[in-house]
Design a protein around this ligand. Structure first.
Ligand SMILES: [Zn+2]
Length: 252
């Protein structure tokens, strides 16, 4: 039963991941997320139901449009697959609980902003600002680790620290990143926010060093930070307590 439910969460994650691709690509353009139906972004051919099966459509079409043979971004199946895994993992960690429902909403926000940031280098306010309201209410009902006040404080810290960084670095960190860290703080609380910031910076740095080594990219190369914030925050959410315990045992 447990495995079956995990599989169901995974499959729902695939389908929602496909929807998050649409939301993440359309919201920054001010388009409706319902209409028109999905089309090839290159030739405009309307996608058939068979083209809308998460991950599999991409594999069967070998990553190209059936009409114009334009390459389809591997971003689509990647977001679908990762959302599937994230949904299954949230269920594995938090079980059949209110926290799992909250966790799925958190994953949804992280997935959508990652798509927008990768496609447009932009984390839309239309996603982060409603997320503030949503998680303010959610954390009032469901507060797993810390008192509500610490979640509010974490929101202020997430916003404040990165606002300062932006001012000091003269725009090295984007405004969207600041608002996103406020969302993450509000949702995770203070302790896990600190870990999320650390993990995001670590993942971003590893990726950056990898780019420099592989491609000889210069310091000017712009890498969207949103997906790293998303990955770091998700890791902190599902494995944070274990990671903190491990760190304390080994290094302190
Ligand atoms: Zn096409």
């Amino acid at each position: 039963m447990e495995q079956l439910l995990t599989l169901i969460f995974f499959l729902f994650g695939l389908i929602f991941g496909s929807f998050f691709n649409v939301v993440g690509l359309r919201v920054p353009e001010g388009e409706s997320i319902v209409l028109p139906p999905s089309r090839c972004r290159s030739c405009g051919a309307r996608l058939r139901p068979a083209d809308l099966i998460p991950v599999l459509s991409y594999l069967f079409s070998k990553g190209a449009c059936r009409h114009c043979h334009a390459k389809i971004s591997p971003l689509y199946p990647a977001v679908e697959g990762l959302t599937g895994l994230a949904f299954a993992l949230v269920y594995q960690v938090y079980g059949w609980s209110g926290e799992t429902a909250a966790g799925l909403l958190f994953v949804s926000v992280l997935a959508i902003i990652s798509v927008s940031d990768l496609a447009y280098r932009l984390i839309p306010d239309k996603i982060t600002l409603p997320a503030w309201g949503l998680f303010l209410l959610l954390r009032w009902w469901i507060h797993p680790a810390e008192p509500y006040g610490l979640h509010l404080l974490a929101m202020a810290v997430g916003f404040g620290v990165f606002f300062l960084l932006t001012v000091l670095s003269r725009g090295g960190v984007g405004g969207g990143d600041i608002k996103l860290f406020a969302v993450v703080g509000l949702f995770l609380g203070l302790r896990l926010l600190v870990l999320a910031i650390f993990l995001s910076a670590l993942l971003g740095t590893i990726y950056g060093i990898g780019l420099i080594l592989l491609r000889g990219a210069g310091r000017k190369t712009q890498v969207p930070f949103g997906p790293f914030i998303a990955a770091g925050s998700f890791l902190a959410y599902v494995a944070g307590d274990g990671l903190i315990r491990w760190y304390v045992e080994w290094f302190l």
